[in-house]
Write a protein that binds this ligand. Structure first.
Ligand code: KG4
Ligand code: ZN
Length: 352
């Protein structure tokens, strides 16, 4: 029996992602981003993102089909991000998915965006190489650390399509958001993560000891491994303000390197603590912040020291994309799950 051909639609933030997979084989991963339109505002503007999804949807679907060399008729199922994400943006993807499912008479599967990031790791295909680690099957259970401009979540994944537990999430800014805000106060362009990374390469990671905020007040944290980045951001702002008030130059490279070190430290300390506490010797990274060179480097070092197997999918599958959604859809089909009813709606706070 042939593995299911699944088309996945992702529109939770600023990327219109259309992926096509056959089982675990990646056939196409077409992406249109509206980031250029948000850049001048210094953040993603939900209405602009939703409108851009609407305009990009048909051309991106056509591009994915051409890349995969398949027609819509051949597709066995449609998968779509049901949430979490920006409500208006999600709605465009969900509407497109329903329209396709109804008109083609194919089953429709709504999936969780965060779990989709983990599903990306199942995929193999021409030229796909993990960003860190070796090629091989994803073993479960695994802890997954998902870090982007919109989310910072720690999951325990026992079964991709049935048993995923939220271990922690940010109670304020997402990790990527913290990078973007600190970049802004250092006068670097948006999105700031790549610029902090570039500037930090010339700086001293130990120059300034910014607070980690590793333990959160009990009344603020809901989960054992929740994160908080607003205190760190504020302490960077205060440090820079003091320098400026004293008429001194701001050592941008040192601030960037020390800030990046603090974020990387917090993320990996909590993720590896979860691995140790739960007795799970596997850690998977996903999300746009995985593009950070220092995060991947320290993750590799500390995981090795802790006897934890580190998995980092190719960067093209770490940032938001439709292939990861298609991958999860294929798993749902393979596991014999019932399709979603056509009455489901986009859910901006969909739990895992
Ligand atoms: O997953 P993604 O492409 O989009 C969503 O947030 O949905 O992630 C983008 C985020 C931005 O906040 C960006 O600043 C951050 O990831 N980012 C980085 C780096 N590259 C992108 N953060 C730190 N270091 C980087 N090299
Ligand atoms: Zn994401």
């Amino acid at each position: 029996e042939r593995e299911p051909l699944v088309l996945g639609i992702e529109t939770s933030c600023d990327e219109t992602g259309i992926g096509i997979v056959r089982g675990r084989t990646l056939l196409a991963n077409a992406i249109a981003s509206s980031m250029d339109e948000h850049a001048r505002f210094g953040g993603v503007i939900p209405e602009i993102a939703a409108r851009a999804h609407l305009e990009s949807m048909t051309p991106t679907i056509e591009r994915a089909l051409a890349d995969a060399g398949v027609t819509l008729d051949e597709v066995d199922a449609i998968a779509v991000t049901g949430g979490p994400g920006l409500a208006g943006a999600l709605m465009v993807g969900v509407s497109a998915a329903k329209a396709l499912a109804v008109s083609l008479d194919k089953p429709l599967y709504a999936v969780n965006h965060l779990v989709g990031h983990v599903g990306a790791d199942l995929l193999h295909g021409d030229g796909l190489r993990p960003a860190v680690g070796t090629v091989g099957e994803l073993e479960l259970p695994t802890v997954a650390l998902l870090v982007s401009g919109g989310h910072t979540s720690l999951l325990l994944v026992r079964d991709l399509v049935g048993d995923v537990e939220l271990l922690g999430e940010t109670i304020d800014d997402a990790a990527g958001e913290a990078f973007d805000k600190v970049a802004r106060l250092l006068g670097l362009p948006y999105p700031g993560g790549p610029h902090i990374d570039r500037v930090a390469a010339e700086g001293d990671t130990q120059a300034i000891r910014f607070p980690r905020g590793l333990t959160l007040p009990k009344d603020m944290a809901k989960h054992r491994y929740d994160f908080s980045f607003s205190g760190l951001k504020t302490s960077v702002a205060r440090w820079v303000e003091k320098r400026v008030a004293a008429g001194e130059d701001v050592p941008v490279a040192d601030v960037a390197a020390s800030f990046r070190e603090a974020v990387v430290d917090v993320l990996l300390t909590k993720a590896l603590a979860a691995c140790a506490d739960l007795g799970v010797p596997r850690l998977l990274l996903g999300g746009g912040v995985v593009a950070n060179a220092r995060l991947r480097e320290v993750a590799a070092e500390r995981s090795a020291a802790a006897g934890v197997e580190l998995r980092v999918p190719p960067l093209s599958l770490c940032t938001d994309n439709g292939a990861m959604i298609a991958s999860l859809g294929a798993q749902l089909v393979a596991a014999g799950h019932a399709p979603s009813s056509l009455s489901f709606g986009a859910d901006s706070t969909l739990p895992v």
